[in-house]
Design a binder for this molecule. Structure first.
Ligand code: GDP
Length: 140
């Protein structure tokens, strides 16, 4: 089934200069990029995006990390896009991520882990409009 998912190339990966390599993996995997924006999140924007984690001990640190520099926010479309993008990303903790995954190759830590991906259709339905209006999307 064709799905849309929200992807973020996080501030650590943009700062390291590997955003292009990650985009290349996205294109090679056959995703269609419907929207892209380079943006530096405010504390409020990061906090709202990760509100589901507000009770977790790492919430404040995660929100601070996400504001450290610009990130590249993307909407990806493709068959089974939510699961396939998460497979390409790899496990949250790069030490647990499979060889060949983005996090295994580019993440620095469990927090600075290079990329984000919606984890369910419900998450994608919240996350895509958090950053993009319908008019920002370029379907083909
Ligand atoms: P994801 O869906 O794989 O991104 O993982 P989660 O939804 O569980 O966590 C969201 C984000 O919080 C992760 O991508 C990490 O950036 C960060 N994170 C997750 N677990 C930890 C942790 O134990 N410590 C810290 N500092 N950050 C974490």
């Amino acid at each position: 089934m064709t799905e849309r998912t929200l992807a973020i190339i996080k501030p650590d990966a943009v700062a390291k200069g590997v955003a292009g390599q990650i985009l290349s993996r996205i294109e090679r995997a056959g995703f269609t990029i419907l929207a892209a924006r380079l943006t530096r999140l405010s504390r409020e924007q990061a906090g709202g995006f990760y509100a589901v984690h507000r009770e977790r001990p790492f919430y404040a640190s995660l929100c601070a990390f996400m504001t450290e520099g610009p990130c590249l926010v993307l909407v990806l479309e493709g068959d089974d896009a939510i699961r396939r993008w998460r497979d390409l990303m790899g496990a949250t903790d790069p030490a647990q991520a499979a060889p060949g995954t983005i996090r295994r190759d580019f993440a620095s830590s469990i927090e600075a882990n290079a990329v984000h991906g919606s984890d369910s259709p419900a998450s994608a339905a919240f996350e895509i409009p958090y950053f993009f209006s319908a008019l920002d999307l370029c379907p083909r």
